[in-house]
Design a protein around this ligand. Structure first.
Ligand code: FAD
Length: 469
């Protein structure tokens, strides 16, 4: 057993845990991180946000070269995709970033333990003990423990993962070749992003979604516009349908889909099950200590402290959207509050993005929610068709929509479908974080010609004075 007593032991080096560990070290704490993977960065860096965006970027370039260059007068031979090289580049991006986190740990004197952590409870002095199993087995002691063990893909009982044909996002990010037909179960952001990657590279992609709309909880106009755009690209959709199972028949995979018109059998090569993620508490020892869970998620108070004093939790493990930036912000706020700082996460201003093309980005309340909650609002909308830069880029699909309070014009929600919506949403998040109004956006000078002018025009349209509408 190590004699050392850490101020903080962080379990999990994902975007929640690693950011919390570095911030805690900056604040003067002696920090240990226990991570069961060999590499740092969690799901986000290893098998989530980063590898998916690396493949989205490659497949977008491929699509541009294949289908869009000609429109710009660029004449090239039809491109071919080298999947092996594409994957090697993606792995290189991941390696550089995961190594970067390991470097930051060293720089900030965060001690890393590779192995699986299990909570053993408090010793007589009231310090928390954590068992680390694996090659470097140890028991370490800390004044506080922060749980940041994240989440894992939900498995459907009717479609168990086999790592080969019926797979999760993890395997879909590593296919050795373009599948002939990829059946995607779940029309959320993971299914649509990974479906887009393989669609652009030549696969037939069919998305089966139980609900009548894509990306549950998103603004209706954005969801409808996104579906139209993806359909135009060749993605097929079976809405209000369910995959009841899949079996191998003569070397092909046959999925049974229960749709409105009855049961259909669909031949495919791979099934990606992307129906959500669940918190990963298995093996952590939370039940043994009586840490309170609600629907599988660890319950925390405003300080991110669990029902057991001295044990904290953040990220995918607790309530709220399962997003990397939410996990990181909670990590920072949690350790700052441990030091008595009055930090807070502004949960009303957490952006959510679907990195398809066009991208869908949103923050705040949707029009549907405002109606449900009986909040009086006015709305402004501007189509990228009227934006000069979008025309230059030949990317005129989509719009910016701003929802503002009827009285005073405070921005309540912004929903963007369009080119680089992921970057454009940042302005909306900033304005909303400061309690700003549509008028604040309208009064701000936006450089010309930029896509951001569409945000300003939507703000002007809240009071029906957009110039280029
Ligand atoms: P995680 O990243 O899950 O990290 C938890 C870490 O804890 C893991 O490394 C795990 O090995 C470790 N661990 C677990 N149990 C133990 C234990 N007992 N002992 C030691 N270590 C343990 N979010 C975005 O914001 N933007 C995106 O574009 C985006 N794209 C995504 C794409 C895909 C395909 C997927 C799957 C997810 C994506 N996400 C995205 C979600 C994002 O990855 C998660 O919300 C985020 O990683 C959660 O961070 P976390 O720190 O809570 O946990």
């Amino acid at each position: 057993m190590s004699e050392e007593i850490f101020d903080l032991i962080v379990i999990g080096a994902g975007p929640g845990g690693y950011v919390a560990a570095i911030r805690a070290a900056q604040l003067g704490m002696k920090v240990a991180v226990v991570e069961k993977r060999e590499t740092m960065g969690g799901v986000c860096l290893n098998e989530g946000c980063i590898p998916s965006k690396a493949l989205l970027d490659t497949s977008e370039l491929f699509h541009l070269a294949k289908d869009r260059f000609a429109g710009h007068g660029i004449e090239v031979a039809p491109p071919a995709i080298n999947v092996g090289k594409m994957m090697a580049r993606k792995d290189d991006v991941v390696r550089k970033l995961t190594d970067g986190v390991a470097f930051l740990f060293k720089k900030n004197k965060v001690q890393t333990f590779i192995g699986e952590a299990k909570l053993l409870g408090a010793n007589q002095q009231g310090d928390q003990q954590v068992q680390v199993s694996g090659a470097a087995a140890a028991t370490i002691t800390g004044k506080k423990v922060l749980l940041a063990s994240g989440s894992e893909a939900v498995q459907l009982p009717s479609l168990p993962f086999d790592g080969e044909s019926v797979v999760s996002a993890r395997e879909t990010l590593c296919f050795p070749e373009v599948p002939g037909h990829l059946l995607v179960v779940g029309g959320g952001y993971i299914g649509l992003e990974l479906g887009s990657v393989w669609l652009r590279l030549g696969a037939q992609v069919t998305v089966v979604e139980m609900l009548p709309r894509l990306v549950a909880g998103s603004d209706g106009q954005v969801a409808d516009g996104l579906m139209r755009a993806l359909k135009k690209q060749g993605m097929r959709f079976m809405m209000e349908a369910k995959v009841a199972g899949a079996e191998k028949r003569d070397g092909k995979l046959v999925a049974k889909v229960e749709a409105q018109g009855g049961v259909q059998e669909i031949e495919c090569d791979k099934v990606l099950v992307a129906v959500g993620r669940r918190p990963l508490t298995e093996g952590l020892g939370v039940e043994g200590l009586g840490i309170r869970l609600e629907r599988g998620r660890v319950v925390v108070d405003a300080d991110y402290q669990t029902s057991v004093p001295g044990i904290y939790a953040i990220g995918d493990l607790i309530a709220g959207p399962m997003l990397a930036h939410k996990a990181s912000d909670e990590g920072v706020v949690c350790v700052e509050r441990m030091q008595g700082e009055p930090s807070e996460v502004d949960y009303a201003c957490i952006p959510g993005i679907c990195y398809t093309w066009p991208e869908a980005a949103s923050v705040g309340k949707t029009e549907e929610t405002l109606k449900e909650q009986g909040i009086s609002y006015k709305s402004g909308k501007f189509n990228f068709m009227g934006n000069g830069r979008a025309k230059c880029m030949d990317e005129t699909e989509g719009f910016v929509k701003i929802l503002a309070e009827s009285e005073g014009g405070r921005v309540l929600g912004v929903h963007i479908l369009g080119p680089r919506a992921s970057d454009l949403i940042a302005e909306a998040v900033t304005v909303m974080s400061f309690g700003g109004s549509a008028e604040d956006i309208a009064l701000t000078v936006h450089a010309h010609p930029t896509l951001s002018e569409a945000v300003r025009e939507a703000a002007l349209d809240v009071d029906k004075r957009a110039i280029h509408a």
